[in-house]
Write a protein that binds this ligand. Sequence first.
Ligand code: GDP
Length: 591
Amino acid sequence: MTAKSTSQAVAIPRALTVKELADMLGISAIEVIKRLMTNGVMASQNQTIDYNTAAIVALELGFDPEEMAAPVAAVAPAAVEEEDVVDDPASLKPRPPVVTILGHVDHGKTSLLDRIRKTKVAAGEAGGITQHIGAYQVVMDGKRITFIDTPGHAAFTAMRARGAQVTDIAILVVAADDGVMPQTIEAINHALAAGVPIIVAINKIDVPAANPDRVKQQLTEHGLVVEEYGGDVIAVPVSAARGDGIDDLLESINLVAEVAELKANPDRAASAVVIEAELDSSRGPIATILVQAGTLHQSDAVVVGETSGKIKAMFDDKGGRVKAAGPSTPVIIMGLETVPEAGERIRAVADERLARQIVEARRREREAAEQTDHARVNLDTLFNEISAGKLKELIIILKADVRGSAEALKASLERLSNDEVKIKIIHSATGPVSDSDVMLAEASNGVVIAFNTKVDPSAKKRAEVSGIDIRSYNIIYQVLEDIDKALQGMLEPIYTSVVDGHAEVRHVFKSSRLGGIAGCFVTDGTLHRGSNVRVLRGKEELARTRCEGLKRFQDDVREVQTGYECGVVLSNFDKFQEGDVIEFFHEERVR
Ligand code: GDP
């Protein structure tokens, strides 16, 4: 087939099968498969390819490809997808800061959260201190501060991995007697990756072994320079046990919040994030949510993920009933149809009908998206992203067996940065690759490098689901070589062949037009015309080629199933003998 001289526009969906593309372009699937092969993509005709791959073939054939708009646009009125809403600066009003407490285990995160709440929630307030709802608000100098009551960076980054940036300020708790520990460093890196300002709370100053100066020095080594040392990080000595320094800490939060000029528009449909959710035996699905913009009202229709609902009742963190909740306010809501997940966005919409429409549109969009490959950064596709100008930074999370190799690798990797792409190692530590590392990769769109270290099974599973690239190595130069190759666009994708079925040759026919035809019996699987094949005689592989034709009696067929007889014609091979086995297979790309 020759390329057409004038280019003809063709709208190609985000994902389609090779066969569909062939039909669209008016050529045979075999032709498409050939073109794909010359571009290094092995695909059978029923395999799904993405737009970018299809567009290459279309371009080669002289078409002018264009990506078809996502189906969701037709269903959900664009205006209701709130992400598009840009608030008029004049409508923005100051809002309380939302604070998360991070730090190493046992350094006093929970104690500090408890202490702050006890100190600041006036005893006379409705219900007093009642329940743990995942977030609470206190008042300091007449200003409200919202605390997320799930300490630790795992929860923090899990939110971010889902696209929800909840936290405005991170409090890094470091025990004055223990100093900077592995999770302290992890927490610093997670907060920095999120671009969130950090206030250090040096806790346990009441214990005799407390050494706040040592903590400050250690922090400097990890890039957090406190004010005393000429930096701009506020460090506050506290004792969660005795209550020292709590007011200082809260004042510091107010100070940092003021500088950050946190604002939101309270006068529009609410947009909130789910902090915690569960199924309550008597009240049905209940969720603690944090309103981020707008004001949520009782009886509002809402959508969250692929569920809709109507707010039946709302409660504040003291268990009191409320009718409305504005920006940075945490509330418990009732009235959702199912239990949402932490980190999911919840939005108020005009009415329940619209809510259902949006949910339906989202479901369809997800189904369409599931057809396509993950759009995550992957070393194999890196070069395309670079040349398309989509990628300016390659974000790496580095785990190694020992500190020495982590440091050596980090330094060498960073030197690979070039004019197009900067290599940024946002977290490097020792130990196996954990869930938290994968979440950080999800949140930052990074890749994980495991050097001489294992990958936790749950982290592996998570990475598979979310499409995060985890690469394991034992030799430093191979890491460097791979990353360098990826930057140069030379990294060969890895393929594995997947066997689709076998045909046993029972008779050999001769045709003047086609040459030797193998009369076969399909012993297992399904054979497809156009598939890759290997011809096996005993243990010996005689040929590796393609199946040109499949026949049932006189008819050309596309596929033949187990238990049937068929005629097989291969390209460039016809020296069949009875007893030969033709193995049908396709290549699948592995990460
Ligand atoms: P988390 O794992 O970071 O949430 O730490 P916890 O809040 O559970 O505290 C760990 C331990 O340290 C507990 O036994 C606390 O009682 C203790 N602890 C927390 N803060 C202080 C403090 O300021 N002084 C002293 N002496 N002990 C504290």
